[in-house]
Design a protein around this ligand. Structure first.
Ligand SMILES: Cc1cc2nc3c(=O)[nH]c(=O)nc-3n(C[C@H](O)[C@H](O)[C@H](O)COP(=O)(O)O)c2cc1C
Length: 149
């Protein structure tokens, strides 16, 4: 994680699918953007970041524990002046719960301005792989974010 990093894609993953999406987004954002596992992300490095994209698998109807731990460290006002966007990965079920809205709420409560609508990416079963077309969807979503920030 470079000291000059201006955009970070912070993600959690168990089977690699959310990581794959995070890396595609970081690559599309370019300009030094990095995909960083949430367990490696130091909250102090938020100071240098202008755009924060946050993604988690849905685990039992909500963000993963590691992601929830990160979100809980964000204090009100922590993200004022920063732009943010959120995504989750999930299985295709009638009842799947949600991580992305909970992440969005936490980012907004910390003062971030949302740069794009929340996005969701589907995986086949718990381990994936991602549905066909989801990588391209991530590319398009990232381009949209890039055009706004
Ligand atoms: C313990 C566990 C609970 C899960 N609960 C949900 C859920 O409530 N809703 C859902 O849509 N997917 C659920 N999933 C599927 C995950 O969202 C899926 O494994 C994840 O998107 C894969 O991403 P990853 O490869 O980055 O770990 C669950 C997976 C695990 C392992």
């Amino acid at each position: 994680m470079g000291a000059l990093m201006k955009s970070a894609v912070i993600y959690d993953t168990s089977f690699g699918n959310t990581k794959k999406i995070a890396e595609v987004i970081a690559r599309e954002l370019g300009d030094g953007a990095a995909a960083v596992p949430v367990s490696d992300f130091e909250i102090a490095s938020l100071d240098n970041i202008k755009l924060l994209v946050v993604g988690s698998p849905i685990i039992a109807w909500k963000p993963s524990e590691r992601m929830a731990g990160f979100l809980a460290k964000l204090t009100p006002g922590h993200l004022i002046g920063k732009k943010a966007a959120a995504f989750d990965t999930r299985v295709k079920l009638f009842i799947h719960g949600d991580a992305v809205l909970k992440i969005t709420e936490a980012l907004k409560n910390a003062g971030a301005e949302m740069a794009a609508n929340p996005e969701v990416f589907f995986v086949h079963g718990k381990q994936g792989p991602l549905y066909k077309g989801e990588i391209e969807k991530a590319v398009q979503w990232a381009r949209l974010i890039k055009s706004i920030v």
